[in-house]
Design a protein around this ligand. Structure first.
Ligand code: GLU
Length: 513
């Protein structure tokens, strides 16, 4: 069997991070089974259509590195892949269902439906109520035809027989059985825009596109019995795909579904890319703009709801795909531990070459004008870029996000003009000035200014003089950095270079004495 899976978003706004996880699991599945992954845009609901969503979705996948074999941006022989361009495809199946009397035409206006809802508590359009409604089951054939001819708007509803057992075979949940009486006669088609609803379009396209596995979020599980029924009604039971409903992403606290509000409340994005609402202009933050590496986002998401079972956490997409198994997906929701996402980002920053991180750093806004100028210059000045690469290597273990490197590394480019008061109080002693003056002479004498060599010479000097090692190292750090932070002190001296180190030490002596 040729494996074909699809990710089928509706363009109703930015792609939620849960949707990214769904797409990712589809990709794992396709990769592992050497199958195809299809992107299909389910845009039949014109009420909920939001311009720009499709582009957003494709841009997000491009950034993340999730690739499709077929789709509106790729083409393919099962296209078009945008449902609004497939209008003509669906009508035939609506007619087939009507002919077989597995669906019927209903004329009830929104007002009439509203009145029914007010009259009957928990009103559901189904076998128990349909005969009291305005539809082709209660009107004569002539009346129905006349009404349609007169241009009256109608919908086509599926006719669900009550008290039937419907079984959904789910690769994650096993067999899920429901009684058909709980289902309502869902609308499959609307005459107003001559478009099918999600349910019909989804089934028809999965069938025509030869989809073998439907891997999607748990929120679609309640629709699955209706979908199974549609396969039967359309005579397609033999090609019905296997279902797998993925566990929900839960709030970090675990109580309920993850929402954008949780992200706003706790300070993490729930969308892959920044999104600006075309109506309100409101901006929602994205993983990309917040400084996440795409690999880190994918690795983090991959382990929300599934894991390889051997304790490994840092895995490439290929490694993840190689051990992925739908049967091993969890049935219960996965807490969205965004701190773990930051941890993954930290790990990926460590594992990437310094050069790559420095290049990313140049693309992130710097915290001040001077640094921005340095960044601009480093784009063309090789020596300066090399310095930035080195510095990146020295400080990256202290950051979770690339942009934080600027805070850690600013002193490499901008000499301190002020000194942290607390540190000065604690470290600057009576004899500090004299010792630092002596130190400048020692430094002056060093010809090989590499970390190892300077360290050896300075330590020898300290030992021979019997000076307190800690004190001297701390005031030297204060002189070079301005505060009690930063990487190994001799790594700092190596990058700054002899002249600059001596200049900073001399300046500290003048300023602090
Ligand atoms: N268009 C649906 C969505 O927005 C697709 C659900 C499915 O995968 O069947 O998620």
């Amino acid at each position: 069997m040729k494996i074909r899976v699809r990710f089928a978003p509706s363009p109703t706004g930015p792609l939620h991070i849960g949707g990214v996880r769904t797409a990712l699991y589809n990709q794992f599945f396709a990769k592992k089974q050497k199958g195809k992954l299809i992107l299909r845009i389910e845009d039949t609901d014109s009420q909920r259509f939001v311009p720009g969503s499709e582009k957003y979705i494709i841009d997000a996948f491009n950034w993340l590195g999730i690739t499709f074999d077929e789709g509106p941006h790729k083409g393919g022989k099962y296209g078009p892949y945008r449902q609004s361009e497939r209008k003509d495809v669906y009508k035939k199946y609506v007619d087939r269902l009507l002919e077989k009397e597995l669906a019927y035409i209903a004329f009830d206006t929104p007002e009439q439906l509203e009145a029914k809802r007010a009259e009957i508590p928990n009103f559901q359009y189904d076998a128990s109520t349909r005969l009291s409604m305005k539809n082709s089951l209660t009107l004569s054939r002539e009346e129905t035809e006349d009404w349609i001819a007169a241009g009256k708007q109608y919908v086509v509803r599926i006719k669900i027989e009550p008290n039937q057992t419907i079984a959904v075979n789910d690769l994650i949940r096993g067999e899920v059985v429901v009684n058909s009486s709980i289902l309502d006669d869902k609308v499959l088609y609307k005459s107003s825009d001559r478009l099918p609803t999600y349910h019909l379009a989804n089934i028809v396209d999965d069938h025509l596109m030869e989809i073998t596995h439907v891997i999607r979020g748990e929120e679609w599980l309640p629709s699955a019995p209706l979908h199974v029924l549609l396969y039967h009604y359309l005579g397609w039971e033999d090609t019905m795909p296997q279902f797998a409903h993925l566990p929900l992403l839960l709030k970090p606290e675990g109580n309920g579904k993850l929402s954008k509000r949780d992200g706003d409340r706790l300070g993490f994005p729930v969308f892959p890319l920044q999104w600006q609402d075309p109506k309100t202009g409101e901006i929602a933050s994205g993983y990309r703009e917040s400084g996440y590496l795409p690999e880190a986002v994918l690795n983090f998401l991959a382990l929300l709801g599934w894991n390889p079972g051997d304790g490994r956490e840092l895995l490439s997409i290929d490694e993840l795909a190689a051990c992925f198994a739908l049967e091993k997906c969890s049935r219960s929701g996965a807490k969205f531990d965004y701190k773990k996402g930051e941890w993954f980002n930290h790990q990926y920053i460590q594992s990437k070459p310094n050069e790559e991180i420095a290049t990313l750093l140049l693309a992130t806004p710097s915290p001040c004008e001077t640094l921005q100028e340095i960044a601009n210059q480093a784009r063309t000045d090789n020596a300066l870029f090399e310095k930035l690469v080195k510095v990146t290597g020295l400080v990256k273990e202290r950051v979770n996000f690339v942009k934080e490197i600027w805070d850690q590394a600013a002193f490499f480019f901008i000499a301190p003009t002020a000194y942290d008061e607390k540190t000065v109080k604690k470290r600057w002693k009576e004899d500090s000035a004299a010792q630092l003056t002596e130190l400048t002479e020692v430094l002056e004498s060093i010809t090989d200014f590499t970390a190892a060599c300077s360290e050896k010479t300075v330590l020898q000097w300290i030992e021979s003089k019997g000076y307190p090692l800690g004190n001297i190292m701390n005031v030297l750090r204060l002189a070079l950095v301005g505060e009690a932070k930063g990487p190994h002190i001799f790594d700092i001296t190596e990058v700054l270079g002899k002249e600059e180190v001596i200049r900073r030490v001399k300046r500290a002596i003048t300023n602090l004495n």
